[in-house]
Write a protein that binds this ligand. Sequence first.
Ligand SMILES: C[S@@+](CC[C@H](N)C(=O)[O-])C[C@H]1O[C@@H](n2cnc3c(N)ncnc32)[C@H](O)[C@@H]1O
Length: 259
Amino acid sequence: MEDKVYKDYEKEFSPRDYLDTFYNFNSGPVAEREIVKFSLQNLYQTFSAGGLKGDVLIDVGSGPTIYQLLAACEAFREIIVSDYTPQNLQELQKWLKKEPGAYDWSSIVQHACELEGDRSKWQEKEAKLRKTVTRVLKCDVTKTPPLGSAQVPLADCVLTFLAMECACLDVDTYRAALRRLADLLKPGGHLVTMVTLGFQSYVVGPKKFPGVYLERETVEKALQDAGCQVLKCNCTPLKYSKALCEGLCFVVARKSPSA
Ligand SMILES: C[S@@+](CC[C@H](N)C(=O)[O-])C[C@H]1O[C@@H](n2cnc3c(N)ncnc32)[C@H](O)[C@@H]1O
């Protein structure tokens, strides 16, 4: 691997390399598979019966991935996905429109369905998710507003998985980005995030991308200072084989009802 660190997602990030590295559920590294399972389990617990639900969920920094929406698509009427990188948005559209060459998520979708009680319903789940995602938008969490000029309703839930620590290269930028995400929420809405802890960099194909080093306490404080109360913080020492990091943290926070 080169020592050079790439920061320009638009020029350098390959969605297919990313998917092949981190979401090759059947034949990829055990660590990456266990992390997907950890994510799906936490998402299932958060959005299944009796959990969070509502009209609109906005996923910020979706990347080229859909696994993070498999539980939520049962609980929200509409899902808006967004990412900074145009080629990621194209990769998402390919899957949503069932175009030739779209990434095969079926093993991961089957695992999500197994958690819900019936692995065989994976095709229905894919159809449900395709129907529930209504918009695919460009976003930049370092800008205000992060979704640019797109008119979006205030969300019942903002989801952001493994993206803020890549988009923001220092803690102040991370904290500002979380405040922007909280601004997308209705009062009392929920912010659900998965964060790589002790993060330094990750490898996508032949390229290394940087990130910000975050500790659990920094994440919790940033959420509180963005006007959110942390309801759940589930950390694991699981580490990617293709990233320099110390663990992961799944967090559910609630924006103050009076904000
Ligand atoms: C590690 S990927 C995470 C993708 C996906 N959410 C997942 O769970 O695998 C990091 C993502 O952050 C996005 N990103 C980078 N800079 C960004 C910015 N300024 N605003 C929003 N997203 C950004 C990248 O395009 C990339 O999709």
